[in-house]
Design a protein around this ligand. Structure first.
Ligand code: GLV
Ligand code: MN
Ligand code: MN
Length: 412
């Protein structure tokens, strides 16, 4: 098989250009799903896709597909490459965008080189991967894989009170294709690791063989507002203090467990949120993850037990609502082996690994053989503007994606 290489300058320039879209006046990058800033990112992506001579298709949940097919292969199942371009608040420029833009780069390279694949190759931008504005995360790929009815997803109400379906209409990305309209023969997602392992071990490529389970809940604790100066400590029903105890419980339990379990409380609100009023209500999110489903279930049960105890002891009312729940996923063995072999052929070191972050591949694995390729994240930092991967590592990863897709598209 002839070996090609991606256009390094074009790929790096596009990552920077997309990363400049959605900056606020303080220079912070925030492109929440279906927002005005994300529309600008989508428009830029579509312009590049059109320029590359690909067909654009948009489905009802707003997933965008850039499709390269020929008259000969148009009826075959495509190889799909994908990721997302929505971001968290105050994000880095690589998470999701690197995979999407490398997917486009791979197609453009193969097209320019005159490669004739025996099946179409498509690049996908999945809607609302981050789940910051609308829950659950990985929503576009989940709907695409048939895991959530599109009507239910479109009716999701965001943290700002908006409805996803209306926002997609407003920004012009409520497409007409039925989610799932392209049934991929294989799915590959290239992503920055977002963790410290590859850099620490000096390994270039992660061949991602599985992805941990994710459990998101929103907990509401109701106590009683009262005067901060006059209410004796023994007479308080303090929702704020109870929330702090839950945070400590989760943190200490995960830290002491000696397992890969991780627990995070990333969002919290007090009511009435005043310096001299005991909080009457605390609302916060819980993000629990573990590669082992039984252990993840045990962590959820332990939290539920603790909330019951806390409610009884403190005269509080506590409710928990599920926001997202995904079981761990094992990726396709053959694609993982292909990634390793490809890295070897390019003279790059590789390592099998587990993804700690959620990804669209986790959803698409339900409908097609799937796997992921990771490249190092300096300092293991992500969901942070300091997220960084050197250009050489980005290019190396994109070339692995190129080789893997080339093989998958020829059945070699
Ligand atoms: C997505 O970025 C997640 O892992 O939460
Ligand atoms: Mn991502
Ligand atoms: Mn992310």
């Amino acid at each position: 098989m002839t070996s090609f290489s991606v256009n390094a300058e074009r790929l790096v320039a596009r990552i920077r250009d997309l990363g400049a879209i959605g900056r606020d006046t303080d220079g912070r990058l925030t492109r929440l799903a279906a927002s005005e800033t994300e529309k600008a990112g989508r428009d830029q992506f579509c312009a590049w896709v059109r320029n590359a001579g690909l067909e654009i298709a948009i489905d009802r949940i707003g997933n965008i597909f850039g499709i390269w097919h020929s008259n000969e292969n148009r009826h075959e199942a495509p190889v799909l490459i994908g990721s997302h371009i929505d971001t968290v608040i105050n994000a880095g420029i690589y998470d999701g965008c690197y995979g999407v833009l490398s997917g486009l780069e791979v197609i453009e390279t193969l097209k320019t080189e005159g490669f004739a694949p025996s099946r179409p190759i498509a690049v996908a931008v999945f809607t609302n991967e981050e789940g910051v504005r609308y829950a659950p995360d990985m929503m576009g790929s989940l709907v695409y894989a048939g895991g959530l009815p599109v009507e239910k997803a479109l009716a999701a109400v965001g943290t700002d009170g908006t409805m996803l379906g209306e926002e997609l209409q407003r920004i012009g990305y409520a497409g007409s294709e039925e989610p799932g309209f392209l049934k991929p023969s294989a799915y590959v997602e290239l992503h920055i690791e977002q963790g410290p392992v590859l850099e620490r071990e000096g390994v270039s490529i992660g061949a991602v063989e599985n992805l941990q389970g994710i459990s998101w809940q929103r907990v509401t604790i109701d106590g009683v507002a009262n005067h901060a100066g006059t209410t004796p400590m023994s007479m308080r029903r303090d929702a704020g203090h109870a929330a702090a105890r839950v945070i400590t419980f989760l943190h200490d339990r995960a830290t002491a467990s000696n397992t890969p379990t991780v627990a995070t409380v990333g969002c919290i609100n007090f009511e009435p949120n005043a310096v001299n009023v005991i909080p009457s209500r605390a609302t916060f999110t819980v993000d629990l993850r573990d590669p082992d489903e039984d252990r993840l279930k045990a962590e959820e049960a332990a939290l539920a037990g603790y909330l019951t105890e806390l409610a009884a002891a403190g005269g509080l009312t506590i409710t928990a609502e599920r926001l997202a729940r995904f079981e761990p996923v094992t990726f396709d063995k053959h694609i993982v082996e292909l990634i390793e072999a490809t890295a070897g052929r390019r003279g790059l070191t590789s390592k099998r690994m587990t993804s700690g972050a959620g990804h669209d591949a986790q959803m698409i694995a339900r409908i097609a053989p799937s796997a992921m390729i990771f490249v190092p994240s300096i300092g293991g930092i992500s969901h942070n503007p300091r997220e960084y991967t050197p250009d050489a590592d980005l290019i190396a990863g994109a070339n692995i994606l190129l080789d893997v897709v080339q093989r998958l598209a020829t059945g070699q």
